[in-house]
Design a protein around this ligand. Structure first.
Ligand code: FAD
Length: 500
C-alpha cells in the first residue's frame, strides 16, 4: 500500500545538501519534515565558486537579497567566461552572457554579422555584446532592463565563496525548520523486499528513518552508489581530465567581472576573482600530465601569493545511471560530474531541485514521477556534456599529445551533427530545453574558429547600405550602454554601502 511522503532525509551538507534543504523547506513548509546529516570532520569539497545567470532566480525564490548575498559570500559579479588558448595558443574569446546584436525576424544576428564580414567588415562579433564590452572594460551594474535599446538586460551571474554560500543556506534552512544532525553516517539499512533505503545509522548509534532520501554526500555517493549500486556512465573518453588542484591566492588588483579559463598543455586553469581572494585551480588529465608538473604550472601562474597548500581533487567525468533510484535522489557530486569549464555544477543542483519539487510525490507510489525525473536529467546532463566537449574538440592545437587526442577523438553524434550544421549553414540546432542559448553555442564555435561556409539567405535581403547602417547603429548602442556603466568595484561597494 502506498504511504504518504512526510519525512525527507538529506545525507550531506555541502552546497548540494543545503541548496536542497533551503529550497524544499521553503516550498513545502507544512508538508515535509526535513533532516540533514553532515559531518564537519569529513567537510565539503569547498570549490564551486563560479555560476551562471539562473542562480539569480534561485536566490530570489529563496528570498535572499542580492546585497546580503554579495556581502555574506564575499561575492563578485560575472558577465561571462574568458577562454584563452583554446582554439590556438594565443587565442582569446569570451562566452559572454546575454544577447549579442539584434535578431531581425527569423534571422539570428550572427547571420548578418557573417554577411558583413564577407563584405569586408572587420568588427568582431563581440563588439555587439554589451556583457563582453562591459567585462573587457571592467565595468558592471546590476541592470535588469535596458530601455530604449534592443537588449533586454545586462545578464549576469556571481562568483562567490562556496563554503560561505553553504553557511548562508544553512542559516536560512534552520530558520525554516530543517533539523541538522552532526556526525558521520556509519551504515545504511534497506528494506529487504523493495531494496529501498530505510535508515541512516550514525557512528554514535543514532538511527534516522526517512520516506525519501537525497544523496548529497559528494563524490562518495554514500546512498546512490555505496548502498544502492546505481552504476555510473563514464564519459572520460570525451572529457579525459580527471584531476584538479585548487588553491586560493591574494588579490593583486581589482576583481574583474568574468571567470578566466586558460588552457595549458594537458587541461586548463581557472581564475575566479572574489572580494577577499582569488580562487585558482588547475584541471588536468593524469595520462598526459603528472601531479608535480600540474602543481608547478598552477603555482607559477598565480597573480598573487598562494594562501594555502594546493588541494588535490580526483574525479571521473560522467553521470550516475539513474539520478533517482528506488527512494533515493542524488544531487551534486553524488549525481555525476561535469568539469567546471562552463560553471554548470551548481546549476545542475538547482535544476535537479526544481525538477524534484515539480514532480514531488505525495505518496510512495511514484514510479512515473521517478521515470520522468530520470529522463529529463539524462537530457540535461548530455546537453551540457556536449557543450563542454565542444571546447576540447574544436581546437587547432597541435602542441601536445593531449590536444592531438582531443582534436581527433570521436565525439557523441549529437555534437557532430551540431558542429556540421553550423559549419555548413551557421545554424545552431538547439533543443528547447537546452541550458545554453544559441548565442552561447555560436560564441564557442566562432571563438574556436569553426567558421561557417555560408550564412542564412534571409540575411541577404537587407540592402548592403542598410546592413552597414544597422551594424554601425548597434555598435553605437552597445558603446553607449557600456560608457554609462560604473566600474565593477564601484558597484560592489555601492551594494555593500546600501546594506549598512
Ligand atoms: C575542481 C572542481 C571545481 C569546481 N568548480 C565549480 C564551479 O566553478 N562552479 C560550479 O557550479 N561548480 C563547481 N564545482 C562543483 C561544486 O563544487 C559542487 O557541485 C558543489 O560544491 C556541491 O558539492 P556537494 O555538496 O555535492 O559535495 P560536498 O561539498 O563534497 O559535500 C558532501 C557532504 O556530504 C557529507 N558527508 C559525506 N560522507 C558523509 C558521511 N559518511 N557522514 C556524514 N556526512 C557525510 C560531507 O560532510 C559534506 O557535508 C567544482 C567541482 C570541482 C571538483
Amino acid at each position: 500500500m502506498p504511504t504518504p511522503i512526510r519525512h525527507l532525509v538529506i545525507a550531506g551538507g555541502g552546497a548540494a545538501g543545503w541548496m536542497t534543504a533551503a529550497m524544499l523547506s521553503k516550498l513545502f513548509p507544512h508538508h515535509l519534515q526535513i533532516t540533514l546529516v553532515e559531518s564537519e570532520e569529513i567537510g565539503i569539497v569547498g570549490v564551486g565558486e563560479a555560476t551562471i545567470p539562473p542562480i539569480l532566480l534561485f536566490n530570489q525564490a529563496l528570498g535572499i537579497k542580492e546585497a546580503d548575498f554579495i556581502q555574506s559570500t564575499k561575492g563578485t559579479f560575472k558577465l561571462g567566461i574568458q577562454f584563452e588558448n583554446w582554439g590556438q595558443q594565443g587565442d582569446k574569446y569570451m562566452h559572454a552572457f546575454g544577447d549579442i546584436g539584434k535578431d531581425l525576424g527569423l534571422t539570428s544576428f550572427h547571420h548578418f554579422w557573417l554577411r558583413a564580414q564577407q563584405q569586408g567588415f572587420t568588427d568582431s562579433y563581440w563588439d555587439y555584446s554589451p556583457c563582453y564590452q562591459a567585462a573587457s572594460r571592467n565595468k558592471f551594474a546590476p541592470l535588469h532592463q535596458l530601455p530604449g535599446t534592443p537588449f533586454k538586460q545586462l545578464s549576469y551571474a556571481y562568483h562567490f565563496d562556496a563554503s560561505l554560500y553553504a553557511a548562508t543556506l544553512r542559516r536560512l534552512s534552520e530558520q525554516q525548520g530543517v533539523k541538522r544532525i552532526e556526525g558521520k553516517i556509519a551504515s545504511v539499512t534497506q528494506d529487504q523486499t523493495s531494496g529501498d533505503i530505510q535508515t541512516l545509522v550514525m557512528e554514535n548509534g543514532h538511527v534516522i528513518q526517512g520516506d525519501l532520501f537525497i544523496d548529497c554526500s559528494g563524490f562518495r555517493a554514500l546512498l546512490a552508489e555505496q548502498t544502492l549500486k546505481t552504476g555510473y556512465e563514464d564519459w572520460s573518453r570525451w572529457l579525459p581530465c580527471n584531476r584538479a588542484l585548487a588553491v586560493p591566492s591574494a588579490n593583486r588588483s581589482a576583481a574583474v567581472p568574468y571567470t578566466r579559463a586558460i588552457a595549458h598543455q594537458a587541461g586548463w586553469q581557472w581564475r575566479i576573482p572574489l572580494q577577499h581572494r582569488t580562487g585558482n585551480g588547475v584541471v588536468y588529465c593524469s595520462d598526459f600530465m603528472d601531479d608535480e608538473s600540474a602543481q608547478q604550472h598552477l603555482l607559477s601562474n598565480l597573480e598573487g601569493d598562494a594562501l594555502a597548500e594546493p588541494r588535490p581533487i580526483r574525479f571521473t567525468t560522467g553521470r550516475r545511471k539513474m539520478q533517482w533510484h528506488k527512494n533515493c535522489i542524488s544531487l551534486g557530486l553524488a549525481s555525476g560530474f561535469l568539469e567546471p569549464l562552463e560553471s554548470t555544477s551548481l546549476h545542475l543542483i538547482q535544476s535537479g531541485i526544481i525538477r524534484l519539487a515539480k514532480l514531488f510525490p505525495a505518496t510512495t507510489d511514484y514510479a512515473s514521477q521517478r521515470d520522468q525525473y530520470n529522463r529529463q536529467s539524462v537530457t540535461e546532463f548530455e546537453q551540457i556534456r556536449d557543450f563542454i566537449i565542444l571546447h576540447y574538440h574544436q581546437t587547432q592545437r597541435d602542441d601536445s599529445e593531449f590536444w592531438r587526442y582531443c582534436r581527433t577523438m570521436s565525439v557523441p553524434d549529437s555534437l557532430t551533427q551540431k558542429m556540421e550544421l553550423f559549419r555548413q549553414s551557421a545554424v545552431v540546432q538547439r533543443e528547447q530545453d537546452d541550458l545554453f542559448s544559441e548565442v552561447a553555442w555560436q560564441q564557442v564555435m566562432l571563438g574556436q574558429n569553426l567558421i561557417p561556409q555560408q550564412h542564412h539567405p534571409l540575411a541577404n535581403q537587407v540592402p548592403s547600405e542598410k546592413l552597414q547602417q544597422f551594424m554601425q547603429d548597434l555598435k553605437l548602442i552597445v558603446t553607449d550602454i557600456v560608457d554609462k556603466l560604473p566600474s565593477h568595484q564601484h558597484s560592489i561597494e555601492q551594494l555593500l554601502v546600501q546594506r549598512r
